[in-house]
Design a protein around this ligand. Structure first.
Ligand code: PAF
Length: 282
């Protein structure tokens, strides 16, 4: 595995691969890799001839007061894990390589209407920052395919929209969410949880499962089901931000006639913001 931090040497390597007829896969990450990331890496590895994994903690997607400064950075451990997955290149750009104009001056892309709902409502600018970083990585790597976790379902749709809008020739694949034994979705931010918080954290997924089961059983009281989930989370010590039923296709509010649905939630547990979702069909 080659570790490359500059754009030019990466691009000449990729040009060489492409001239040999190889397809290129990309898995963008912010590092501190866990099994969930490795699952995305394996999915990309199985589909592309050559594989680039990027690690860049993107300042544009963190709001004021969020965890940019304390976000875990574990370059050595990450590199060891990726080496084992037969990654061809680990791309570790600095801010100057990602944003040559500087982070203040870089023109930010818009994530459109998805930017302002669900997670976007409490994280203004977050999805625009994600779209800007991912677009820049696509511009540098020119991948044939890229894999993103389904755990960040809204992010996945933001990226699909970006690709459609800009007419980019990259296949966007969603990777299944990896869970701890008790159901908690794997996330870098789980390591912020103290022991007491960790003990109740899986309740988030349990509430998604319980609500999905009731909706599948055709309960007419959808609003009450969602309200009850919020109450249960609050009683368990969470500070829920939202718990909503949406159309899986575009995250608009789900109606009775919609069959492909997404239950999505975000909640603080102590200082830690957790998100999760459950996709299902009726
Ligand atoms: O999901 C992430 O880790 C980040 O949002 C991403 C896609 C790497 C963009 O910075």
């Amino acid at each position: 595995m080659h570790v490359i931090d500059a754009v030019e040497p990466l691009q000449s390597k990729i040009a060489r691969w492409k001239s040999q007829g190889h397809t290129v896969g990309l898995v963008p990450t912010m590092g501190d890799l866990h099994e969930g990331h490795l699952n995305l890496v394996r999915q990309a590895r199985a589909k592309a001839d050559r594989l680039v994994v990027s690690i860049f903690v993107n300042p544009l997607q963190f709001g004021p007061g969020e965890d940019f400064d304390r976000y875990p950075r574990e370059p050595e451990a990450d590199s060891g894990l990726l080496e084992k997955e037969q990654v061809d290149v680990l791309f570790t750009p600095g801010e100057a390589a990602m944003y040559p104009q500087g982070t203040q001056a870089v023109p930010q892309l818009s994530a459109g209407e998805l930017a302002n709902i669900l997670c976007g409502a409490s994280r203004p600018g977050h999805f625009d920052g994600v779209a800007t970083a991912v677009n820049r990585l696509f511009e540098i790597v020119q991948p044939d395919l890229a894999v993103f976790g389904l755990k960040d379902y809204q992010q996945l749709l933001v990226i699909r929209r970006l690709v459609a809008e800009r007419g980019l020739a990259v296949d966007i694949l969603g990777g299944t969410t990896c869970r701890e034994a008790d159901g908690l979705a794997m996330s870098t931010r789980n390591r912020y949880l103290n022991a007491g918080e960790r003990a109740v954290a899986a309740r988030l997924y349990a509430e998604l499962q319980a609500a999905a089961a009731l909706i599948k059983a055709d309960s007419p009281a959808r609003v009450q089901i969602l309200e009850r989930a919020v109450e249960n989370l609050a009683a368990a010590g969470f500070r829920p931000l939202y718990f909503e039923l949406r159309r899986a296709a575009d995250l608009s509010v789900a109606g009775e006639q919609d069959r492909d649905l997404a239950l999505l939630t975000a909640a603080y547990l102590g200082e830690t913001r957790l998100i999760d979702n459950l996709l299902f069909s009726l």
